[in-house]
Design a binder for this molecule. Structure first.
Ligand code: MN
Length: 235
């Protein structure tokens, strides 16, 4: 049967060394996966040690990407838009109850991402026990660089992850201190949902998150994965 109107095209990401695009399905994000960031958010549970990972989502069409400088419109309803630079895992295959050993087989590639956050809205939601969606899942909230296939990157488990805003270093960490490693994240998430090709997983941010303003120029990078360039523009 025909549709009553044409379905929207999915978000599609450029892939290094390829003329084809990566079709985005869902966007999963891990919260508090670097102890220094959990600490700066006042959320580290010292006594219990490492807590199980927790996840939130952004809509697939919140993804914004490009091969050059990515233009991001400053979103409405916030006066405190924050940057979170993150390693993004792009899945080329899916499955449920995937073991840590098998998790690598699902990975198509990696990218540098920004989990943009309306921190004021998220903060109010936390206070009231409301969902985070409007703090995290707004339009253009999932910025992501060109995808680097695993053939080019291998499976990075260490390496510098950093973000500069207007040339000033704001975030500077290392993948090796992630509380939950990529394979563990995939295995854990796959117990909750059946993962699928096209899913992106944002794996958390190191310390140094902070506010952005229209006109800001962002340069981020992950050793062995690549760089991301973005600019915040006025609505
Ligand atoms: Mn994040």
């Amino acid at each position: 049967m025909p549709f009553v109107f044409s379905p929207a095209a999915c978000s599609a990401l450029p892939v290094a060394g390829s003329a084809s695009l990566f079709p985005v399905r869902r966007v999963f994000c891990v919260g508090r996966n670097y102890a220094d960031h959990a600490r700066e958010m006042g959320a580290l549970e010292q006594a219990e040690g490492r807590e199980p990972p927790f996840f939130f989502m952004k809509p697939g069409d919140a993804v914004v990407s490009g091969a050059g400088e990515i233009s991001v419109t400053y979103p409405p309803l916030t006066r405190n838009l924050h940057h979170e630079v993150e390693l993004v895992v792009a899945l080329g295959a899916g499955g449920a109850n995937v073991t840590g050993e098998a998790a690598r087989k699902l990975i198509y590639g990696y990218a540098v991402g920004l989990d943009l956050t309306r921190r004021d809205i998220q903060g109010k939601a936390k206070e009231k026990g409301h969902p985070w969606d409007m703090g995290k899942g707004f339009d253009q909230s999932a910025v992501v660089s060109v995808i680097q296939p695993v053939a080019l990157t291998g499976y990075p488990e260490s390496g510098r992850i950093w973000l500069k805003v207007n040339g000033e270093l704001r975030q500077d960490g290392d993948l090796s201190v992630m509380l939950w490693k990529v394979a563990d994240i995939i295995a854990n998430l796959s117990t909750s949902v059946c993962l699928a090709a096209g899913d992106l997983i944002y794996t958390g941010t190191p310390a140094g998150v902070g506010p952005l303003l229209p006109g800001d120029v962002l340069e981020g990078g992950i050793e062995g994965v690549g760089t991301l360039h973005a600019r915040i523009v006025n609505r």
